[in-house]
Design a protein around this ligand. Structure first.
Ligand code: ADP
Ligand code: ZN
Length: 430
């Protein structure tokens, strides 16, 4: 049931003892870098875990400013690999690994998949990008460590994905939620029914924000259990937090990171159960530890213990990034609110984009949705009624009146990596 029972079920007070010890070691390591030697110059040995809140934050911009080697805490000759973030919100940041860092990363990634029920008998297809992006190699080494047979297929080429899934009786796959929707359509177009023609049982989905509604949809379409996987390259990559079989929040592995939730405006640390920004401190990395790293991801720590027996606390599904927030005529909206509404309307397709434009000095929210030709074969009149229904539901959820339009299936831009859902065209020249 457990990958490492002793540490996964360690009592919280023992876990905190371990954290304090490893945090102090990490601070010593971090101070060997140019960046932290200055930033932590006045910081000595911490007596209590609660002293962490007095340490300065590390921001994404710090990593960019210190490019390329400013945060490197070991001799360059001990570095065996470099990765970078996807660059979703700006210039990518680089992250270094020693051989031990890679071993630990593979271990935590294996623990995640084991926690979600994967075993060495599984055949695992990894549809994430290999290379600098951490989703591919991060899961790859974890899956091998777990002992699964790995198909390192990488992203794209849906026909080839289906061919491998079918011929190798693939039982587990790592897939972007947005790509899972597109792959399902490709299957349907080629006459493959994933529920009856394939052997899929487990999906690991993550790397981009998605709603509970989309997860359920993916589970229904494929007849699988889909587990939420959270990570970011600055902390290694995937493997930071993962759902167990309860599918009720992601266990954040507290022997690898110390999580804090802060109010992103006042920067004050919030108690468990309150929404805010996730801040992470690594406590077992060598090449590039990060101290109080502001992830910009919005979530909360779930209170209460998980029935699975793991003592590591859980974080809630990521609501979005602080920089994902759209301000439409003064109203704050997150893209996931739009997704949630669309997923609750069965006639609407599952693929959508959001465009923000300006009309007569006013912001306009435009939502373009692919029509679901499986559930909707209606007349123009019915289409108008459906549009009005979606508009009303979106207004109810977000507080602004959107403009909804339908597009043909397959006509929205399809990214090979993370889906780009929001296009802010307010500053575009006409
Ligand atoms: P980038 O920040 O450039 O996208 P990464 O590839 O390191 O670079 O992606 C990490 C980010 O992806 C996280 O900070 C988070 O915003 C998002 N992310 C990762 N996993 C999830 C998930 N399960 N749910 C929502 N967002 C996620
Ligand atoms: Zn659990």
């Amino acid at each position: 049931m457990f990958w490492q029972e002793d540490v996964e079920t360690l009592a919280q007070d023992k876990l905190q003892e371990l954290q304090l010890k490893n945090l102090n070691e990490t601070l010593q390591t971090a101070k060997k870098s140019q960046f932290y030697s200055k930033k932590l110059a006045n910081i000595g040995f911490l007596k209590n875990l609660s002293d962490l809140k007095n340490l300065p934050f590390t921001e994404k911009q710090d990593l960019r400013d210190a490019f390329p080697y400013g945060l490197l805490s070991v001799d360059l000759s001990d570095v065996v690999r470099v990765h970078s973030s996807s660059g979703t919100t700006g210039n990518p940041t680089v992250v270094f690994h020693t051989e031990k860092d890679l071993r630990e990363w593979a271990n935590i990634s294996a623990r995640c998949m084991y926690t979600a029920g994967a075993r060495k008998t599984d055949i695992f297809q990894n549809t994430m990008g290999y290379g600098l992006f951490t989703g591919g190699l991060g899961f790859h080494y974890g899956a091998e460590k777990l002992g699964m047979m790995v198909i390192p297929i990488g992203p794209g080429n849906s026909q080839r994905q289906i061919w491998f899934m079918k011929n190798f009786k693939v039982s587990a796959a790592h897939i972007l939620p947005s790509y899972a929707v597109r792959l399902y359509h490709a299957m349907r177009d080629s006459g493959v029914n994933p529920k009856t023609d394939l052997n899929l049982k487990i999906f690991f989905i993550g790397a981009e924000p998605h709603t509970e509604e989309l997860r359920r949809e993916i589970q229904d379409l494929y007849g699988v259990k889909a587990f939420n996987s959270y990570g970011l390259s600055e902390i290694s990559g995937p493997g930071v937090a993962f759902e167990c079989l309860q599918q009720n929040g992601m266990h954040i592995w507290e022997d690898y990171v110390i999580p804090e939730i802060i109010d992103p405006d006042t920067l004050e640390v919030l108690p468990d159960g309150q929404d805010g920004e996730l801040v992470l401190t690594t406590i077992n990395r060598q090449a590039m530890p990060v101290i109080r790293y502001r992830t910009r991801d919005l979530t909360k720590i779930i209170t209460g213990v998980c029935p699975c027996g793991r003592t590591h606390r859980r974080i809630e599904r990521i609501k979005g990034r602080t920089d994902d927030m759209m301000i439409i005529n003064g109203v704050n909206i997150f893209p996931v609110q739009i997704e949630k509404t669309i997923m609750n309307i069965p006639e609407a397709g599952k693929n959508y984009i959001i465009e923000i434009t300006k009309q007569n000095f006013m912001d306009k929210l435009n939502v373009k949705i692919e029509i679901n030709d499986e559930t909707f074969g209606g007349t123009l009149e019915e289409l108008e009624r459906l549009k009005a229904k979606i508009q009303a539901k979106l207004k109810e959820e977000t507080g602004v009146s959107p403009n909804v339009s339908f597009v043909d299936r397959g006509s929205l831009p399809a990214a090979e990596g993370k889906a780009k859902r929001v296009y802010d065209l307010r500053n575009e020249k006409k």
